[in-house]
Design a protein around this ligand. Structure first.
Ligand code: PLP
Length: 395
């Protein structure tokens, strides 16, 4: 047989976050008492009124294709939230609804990127960015950040990474995996660079509603002059505990780009699931109190996990401003019992104390493992206790 796989597929790695969750579930199903710090999703059930909307949609017989880019109701509801939450005006036709924000990014990259084009991302980055860019034929240009600067990129370094092939800067604030919210001063510097070098900015704002310490979110598109240059990506997965519904969207005033991404979707997946769209309409238009309730619980858990980390010798994490991840620096323990990087550390924690966390390597940092605190307080205490024991056992 001729070579079976395309070059594209042969080089593609599976998502590291999903891989560790699968391994942890396997162990759990064998009766092992695993502490799971792997999940990249809220552990809350989807709020009842949203589930009810999905059921009603089925009962109304909404089981047919919808317009490719999403139902008019959902695109209107998304536009309304942009306006109410942030004063940003989008027309429904400037919005494309897809099967999760991941799918929005996939469509966008394929609509935007030419073979050999470059896009700037900041390390640590969300695992899927470089893989998805490469799948679209483009080159991820990674700008390293320093933990001492709370992983906030240095604008000078960003500028020196820009070449004639740079098409866009991609940012994700609050960040997965660090939880860091970029300061307004950095956003302003990035806006200047975008203007100066004629770049697009893709702003992945999936954690915009999960902020702590009273911090307020400002979408990149609200910066002066930036609305035309920004493609905003978001979705209900994290805000409304709706990961399994698979809904996400992008918004941009660049109609040609929205249309091209829609064409890609129309030739691949068609519309996102009809009932999931109806559920998302309710999520956006319905009562918002569950969002605050879940956020407040995440904030308590953030405080707890930081207190646990602070009392753990040899490990540390920047204090997350948002999202639900602590990015734990474990370098102090490297060089012991064959632990040399994030993967061997994660493997050691899983094998020695049944603690599942995600290695930082695929996020662009071998120094860290990512702990999701989208899990109960008891689990956080128990898991951190086990991590401490595992590290003490290293001597
Ligand atoms: C930074 C970031 N962007 C996008 C997504 C995709 O979310 P979804 O496809 O569920 O909307 C995730 C999910 O983990 C994420 O962490």
């Amino acid at each position: 047989m001729k070579s079976l796989l395309s070059q594209r597929a042969a080089h593609l790695k599976p998502s590291a976050t999903l891989a560790i969750s699968t391994k942890a579930s396997e162990l759990k199903s064998q009766g092992v008492d695993v502490v799971g710090f792997g999940a990249g999703e809220p552990d809350f059930p989807t709020p009842a009124h949203i589930r009810e909307a999905a059921k009603k949609s089925l009962d109304r017989g909404e089981t047919f294709y919808t317009p490719v880019a999403g139902t008019p109701q959902l695109r209107k509801a998304i536009a309304a939230r942009f306006l109410v939450d942030y004063g940003l005006e989008y027309k429904p036709e400037q919005i494309l609804v897809s099967c999760g924000a991941k799918h929005s990014l996939y469509n966008l990259f394929h609509a935007l990127l030419e073979e050999g084009d470059e896009m700037i991302i900041f390390a640590p980055y969300w695992v899927s960015y470089p893989e998805m860019m490469e799948l679209a034929g483009a080159k991820p240009v990674i700008v390293e950040t320093s933990e001492d600067d709370r992983f906030v990129p240095d604008p000078g370094r960003v500028e020196s990474s820009i070449t004639s092939r740079t098409k866009a800067i991609l940012l994700n604030s609050p960040s997965n995996p660090t939880g860091v919210l970029y300061p307004q001063s950095l956003l302003e510097e990035l806006a200047k660079l975008a203007e100066k070098h004629d770049l697009l900015v893709i702003s992945d704002e999936i954690y915009d509603k999960l902020l702590y310490d009273g911090l307020k979110f400002a979408p990149f598109a609200t910066l002066p002059g930036m609305k035309e240059r920004t493609v905003t990506v978001n979705g209900p997965s994290k805000t409304y505990a709706m990961t399994g519904f698979r809904i996400g969207w992008l918004a941009s005033t660049q109609l040609a780009l929205v249309k091209a991404a829609t064409n890609i979707q129309s030739q691949s997946t068609s519309n996102p699931t009809s009932t999931a769209q109806a559920a998302a309409v309710e999520a956006l238009n319905g009562p918002q109190d569950e969002v605050e309730r879940m956020r407040a619980i995440f904030e308590k858990r953030r405080d707890l996990i930081m207190a646990e980390i602070d009392k753990s010798e040899g490990m540390f994490s920047v204090r997350p401003d948002g999202a639900f991840y602590a990015f734990l620096n474990m370098t102090q323990f490297y060089g012991k019992k064959g632990i040399s990087d994030s993967a061997t550390m994660a493997q050691y924690l899983l094998e020695s104390r049944n603690v599942a966390c995600v290695p930082g390597g695929p996020f662009g940092s071998e120094d860290h493992v990512r702990l999701s605190f989208a899990t109960g307080e008891e689990t956080i205490r128990k898991g951190m206790e086990r991590i401490r024991e595992a590290c003490q056992a290293l001597g």
